[in-house]
Design a protein around this ligand. Structure first.
Ligand code: FES
Ligand SMILES: [Fe+2]
Length: 316
């Protein structure tokens, strides 16, 4: 199932012509740009003798293998074999290509032709910052579930997103989108320092939406009428127990600098990371093996959703 999903592989702005090696669902891939600036995603294995194409270079819009210099175009066709200049390589000499597309400031790839577009976002504030990659030694679903979990705010993010005097999780209702993704329309939390520009504590209204098996969005609206923020989290499954995280921040804050906004988000994520990497097992147990409390209703709904859609990578 997940082989037909789109997964973020790079920030769009981070890819120039030079090839980037990456891993998706246990497969080694190479990402590069052709002469027209279009991203190209290929299996990172030359069809000739199996060398990594990502060790090569891009010249005249073609990727050149580092071993014998075979050249491949954006469609994967072999367009030149230096050792046999007069030979016109047939289709059997092609490199294996995969779908890739730009969306939300990221380049998304899939191992097999996807059945849908990359996830659509609800209405988001206009200013967008994209953060990543952040590699985390745990499964992608563990990271998404943590993003949906509010009961840890008072402990992991004490003084920022919560404090132990306000640890109780208020009652909330989980609903579902028409295609079965869990949503909380209205969740209220008291936060000592909800955003980069916050100077005091206050009540914040959250809206959570699972965007897909490995992604979610939350909206944050302070009660004092100050500008709201929205955040996306995407966890790309490198394999069952490792993922690469990307975050999008969408804000109406026009006064904080990009660096201030980024530093705040990175500080929050740095608080989460050691906890995430400590969780055992790394795969998310969706069919028993961990106990729940009433505050975990969204996590439980997310686990049921993963089971329903038939995800396999990163769960147990
Ligand atoms: S292994 Fe790539 S050209 Fe020979
Ligand atoms: Fe957290």
């Amino acid at each position: 199932m997940e082989t037909q999903l789109w997964h973020p592989l790079s920030r769009d702005e981070d890819l120039d012509a030079a090839p980037i090696a990456l891993t998706l669902l246990g497969h080694a891939l190479v990402l590069w740009r052709d002469a027209s600036g279009q991203p190209v995603l290929m299996r990172d294995q030359c069809p000739h003798r199996g060398a990594r194409l990502s060790l090569g270079r891009v010249r005249h819009g073609h990727i050149e293998c580092p071993y014998h210099g075979w050249r491949f175009d954006a469609g994967g066709a072999c367009v030149g074999i230096p050792a046999v200049p007069a030979f016109r390589p047939p289709a059997s000499h092609s490199a294996c290509t995969h779908p890739v597309v730009e969306c939300h400031g990221l380049l998304w790839g899939a191992l097999e032709p996807p059945t849908t577009e990359p996830p659509k976002l609800p209405g988001m504030p206009a200013r967008r910052l994209v953060y990543g990659p952040f590699d985390v030694a745990t499964s992608a679903p563990r990271v998404v579930e943590n993003f949906l979990d509010t009961a840890h705010f008072a402990f992991v993010h004490e003084g920022w997103l919560g404090e132990t005097g306000h640890a109780e999780v208020p009652d909330y209702t989980v609903t579902h989108t028409a295609d079965g993704r869990p949503v909380i329309e209205d969740y209220r939390a008291w936060q000592p320092r909800a955003t980069a520009s916050a100077t005091s504590g206050g009540w914040v209204r959250y809206r959570y939406e699972v965007l897909g098996p490995y992604g979610a969005v939350l909206g944050k609206q302070p009660d004092d009428g100050s500008p709201g923020d929205a955040y996306t989290l995407w966890a790309t499954p490198l394999d069952d127990e490792h993922c690469r995280v990307w975050m999008g921040q969408y804000t109406a804050d026009t006064t904080s600098t990009d660096t201030e906004l980024r530093d705040f988000q990175l500080a929050i994520f740095a608080q989460d990371k050691p906890i995430l990497e400590s969780q055992q097992p790394r795969r998310l147990p969706v069919s028993g093996g961990e106990v729940h409390c009433a505050a975990d209703r969204l996590s439980a709904a997310y686990r049921r959703y993963l089971q329903r859609v038939g995800v396999r990578c990163g769960i147990c």
